[in-house]
Design a protein around this ligand. Structure first.
Ligand SMILES: NC(=O)c1ccc[n+]([C@@H]2O[C@H](COP(=O)([O-])OP(=O)(O)OC[C@H]3O[C@@H](n4cnc5c(N)ncnc54)[C@H](O)[C@@H]3O)[C@@H](O)[C@H]2O)c1
Length: 299
């Protein structure tokens, strides 16, 4: 399990162990976008673990695994501009090396950003054309292409994941911390962008299902909530949960950030038996509770 010090990976590895899988957690916390948070998560992890830089280390520890769940990488559209070398190294080179080292199935984390923006008339399906619009999205397309050539790979296209432990650069994390501190919420653009926000526990469930499901090799599968919500609407929900009227501070939109993502999760239902269960209002309350109770001790 790579990326085990990360936001999503740390929850997947714990859930996999709880489900009875024998796990080995792999990460190089110093390579994380938020190395301080990753290092704390890594140090707190009590499962078997090995620190390996996947872009350069000897990856023999992965060879004997029945399944490698590969979530390590450098996420984020905004921070990918100007960081092309790191992006290529940690998303493409690392994935190529993991695919070469693995002896069995590899479940690879990809992203809704490979599609560019969704249309207005229908959600995005896996066979829709890809239109990556940032160095990050381009790297995810490249990693997918390498993965889909291999005999037993499942590519999961995650859509805007949120929930407890969310990365500090992500929107709900920044909004919640700002609201709790009485500061205006930093919004890139005018708040009209819509996202298929997907709770991390739903993402964990889809990822664990992909470990064992009968899926044809090289299949890409959307892991996203089917109801897109605008950033403005999400901020309204956040204000109601916190019982505050949030001030907003608009900043320039981020280049390459899609106007809309909108997942069609039918293939995930058919192949993984997975349907997202957590509504945004409940999931956001869950994330806010984490910021109130746990984040102050770990951030
Ligand atoms: N969070 C989201 O909304 C989202 C959406 C779509 C796709 N994804 C993808 O899901 C995966 C996990 O995302 P996340 O939000 O948990 O990110 P994260 O940054 O919290 O976790 C990624 C982890 O990968 C590790 N890593 C990076 N380079 C490494 C290397 N060379 N060797 C070993 N470990 C390395 C980091 O240390 C970090 O702990 C990523 O592949 C990301 O692109 C995330």
């Amino acid at each position: 399990m790579t990326g085990a010090a990360g936001f999503i990976g740390s929850r997947v590895v714990e859930a996999a162990a709880e489900a009875g899988h024998e796990v080995l957690a792999v990460d190089a916390p110093d390579r994380a976008l938020a190395p301080g948070a990753a290092r704390r998560t890594w140090d707190a992890l009590t499962l078997p673990k090995v620190e390996l830089d996947l872009a350069s280390a000897d990856l023999r520890p992965l060879t004997s695994a029945d399944v490698v769940v590969h979530l390590a990488g450098r996420p984020g559209i905004r921070s990918s501009w100007g960081a092309e070398d790191d992006i290529h190294r940690d998303n493409v080179v690392a994935t190529r090396r993991v695919l070469a080292a693995a002896g069995g199935r590899v479940v690879v984390a990809s992203s809704s950003s490979v599609y560019g923006s969704a249309g207005r008339d229908r959600p995005t399906r896996e066979d829709d054309p890809l239109a990556p619009a940032s160095p990050y999205a381009v790297s995810k397309v490249a990693a997918e292409r390498l993965a889909r050539r291999c005999p037993d790979t499942v590519v999961l296209r995650y859509f805007s994941v949120y929930g407890p432990g969310q990365r500090p650069d992500m929107a709900f994390h920044r909004f919640t911390e700002a609201a709790l501190a009485g500061r205006p919420l930093p919004v890139f653009g005018d708040g009209r962008k819509a996202r298929s926000f997907t709770h991390v526990d739903d993402v964990v469930a889809a990822t664990l299902a992909a470990v064992t499901a009968g899926v044809p090799g090289g299949t890409a599968i959307n892991v996203g909530h089917p109801e897109p919500v605008t950033v403005r609407t999400a901020i309204g929900l956040l204000g109601r949960i916190l019982d505050v009227r949030p001030d907003i501070e608009n900043a320039a939109p981020v280049a390459g950030d899609a106007d809309r993502t909108w997942a069609d999760p039918s293939l995930a239902r058919d192949l993984l038996g997975w349907t997202p269960r957590i509504a945004l209002a409940d999931g956001l309350a869950d994330q806010i509770a984490w910021h109130r109770e746990i984040a102050p001790a770990v951030l």
